[in-house]
Write a protein that binds this ligand. Structure first.
Ligand code: FES
Length: 274
């Protein structure tokens, strides 16, 4: 792609003073495999989640109170009876508005502005650049200083909302310990819901903004032992942020898929208690 002249007034690889190399890259390995795998993985999740968010079927298991995270919190009168753990805040919604509309946009923005996902889609979707030592096709680079990318700087605020949504998901998981005839119940669905919530917390707390909130701007850790302890814990999680980003995409889809199978009657929940 580096067919433009190095005398162009562009930036990046097209800026003045950069070596004039006609080939887009001199790499001979299969550098395109990781970005391709990334875009396929992200696309698979986005397509699945979008379809599931709009179908409005098989998202709630009334017998065991399993609620898929894609529909939580469900605050519309359009929600299935019993699925609204926090009551009805709005009336019936047209079919083009997902029932999980309160949380979904913020969760999407939380992930879209995540430092790891930025790296992933800047490379895989935006080709900016697609890989190390592979020229990007863009003639200009303005970074995250202009719309729309300046929104990336709001990531820390989406983090706060993600914490609230994680609390909501935690409440849903606790409410799901419900037996078919009432009282306490416990089945395979509970294990899946709880595992998903634990991993969502791990992903959320491993956020770079969380790490900064915990230990940033401190001059003396010794004067803030609690924040220092919290910072060391989230720093350990932070080293696994990419793994957690992918793992939670998988557990979110798996949790929703399991709830869908049980709610639709395709699968019977494996019950250990009641
Ligand atoms: Fe990834 Fe904040 S950096 S969620």
């Amino acid at each position: 792609m580096a067919t433009r002249s190095a005398t162009d007034s562009g930036t990046g690889v097209f800026s003045r003073g950069r070596a004039r190399i006609a080939d887009r890259t001199l790499r001979t390995d299969r550098w395109w495999v990781p970005p391709l795998a990334t875009v396929l993985g992200l696309a698979a999740f986005v397509i699945y989640a979008t379809v599931r968010a709009f179908v409005r079927t098989a998202y709630w298991v009334p017998d065991y109170h399993y609620l898929t995270p894609f529909y939580s919190p469900c605050i519309s009168t359009s929600c299935a009876p019993g699925a609204s753990h926090f009551g009805h805040w709005v009336g019936a919604l047209p079919s083009w508005i997902p029932l999980g509309f309160l949380a979904l946009p913020f969760l999407l923005l939380f992930r879209l502005t995540c430092y790891y996902y930025r790296k992933a889609y800047y490379r895989s979707v935006w080709f900016s650049p697609p890989a190390c030592a592979v020229a990007e096709p863009h003639a200009k680079y303005t970074g995250e200083t202009k719309l729309p990318l300046i929104i990336q700087n709001a990531h820390r605020y989406f983090f706060y909302i993600a914490v609230i949504v994680s609390l909501v998901n935690t409440y849903d998981a606790i409410m799901a310990f419900h037996g078919k005839t009432g009282g306490f119940g416990f089945g395979l669905g509970n294990i899946i819901l709880v595992a998903n919530v634990i991993l969502l917390w791990a992903y959320t707390l491993s956020c770079h903004s969380c790490r900064h909130i915990a230990g940033g701007r401190l001059k003396h850790f010794s004067a803030h032992p609690v924040r220092y302890w919290f910072w060391t814990q989230v720093s350990k999680l932070n080293t696994r942020h990419m793994t957690l980003a992918w793992t939670t995409l998988g557990t979110l889809a798996l949790t929703d898929f399991y709830v869908m199978l049980v709610a639709s009657g395709t699968l019977t929940d494996l019950r250990f208690v009641n």
